[in-house]
Ligand binder design. Sequence first.
Ligand code: MN
Length: 266
Amino acid sequence: MTPTGNDHTTETARGGEIHARSDVGETRETNEDAVLATSLTDDSDLLAVADGMGGHQSGEIASATALSSFESALRAGLATDELDGDTDTPADSDCNRETLLRYAAAEANAELEAAAASGSSLDNMGTTLVAALLEGQTATLVNIGDSRAYHVSSDDVDQLTVDHSLVQELVESGTLTPAEARDHPQRNVITQSLGPGSEINPDTDTVDVGGTLLLCSDGLTEELSDGAIKEIVGAADDPATITERLVERANENGGSDNISVVVAVR
Ligand code: MN
């Protein structure tokens, strides 16, 4: 678990193949993002980004609580599966990884509800969550909100998640072009988040990510085009270097929000 409230945090897993970095940026006073990079078993790793909101430190509490609860639920689900093979558990077979991730997201949402019940200032806290359970080159993804997962190869940048945002809905209905969505004044309005009173309907997917898997908060994509992301990822092999350069470039371009990135190279 990454400590929160710090301007800058890093975390590494799988002997350096996975690196996470979160930075306060150039204009915000606190970092409400949280990141996670950890090994779950001999052959599975967990990567996650949460972008908290709520003010008065509640955003930091929301993102940190969501990641720690999500990780615990996932570890418990995987352990149950491995120990007794109970067919009723969320992870009763490989094809149910997506079910397991939805279950862990629901557990995190319930934890935020419980936390809010114990602290009056936490009623309006919320957080996005994007996470990948990485097994070899196979990633099972879960997404709530507008943090993102990308697959970056030498010739392409593929966004693997679909934002739960107002502008995304307007793009899908044909009201906005993707370019207009990028500059829209309401581009930060999200339509799903974890938090007290939230009903969530997470998206999940299973994808091959040979190459580079990138998870990030909107503080990165606000400042960097797909082309800039591809250029930076392609210029280094080492995830720590890649995350450092991504954050550095986002700050050079304004750093208007907290910036979080998790990179796995396979
Ligand atoms: Mn953000």
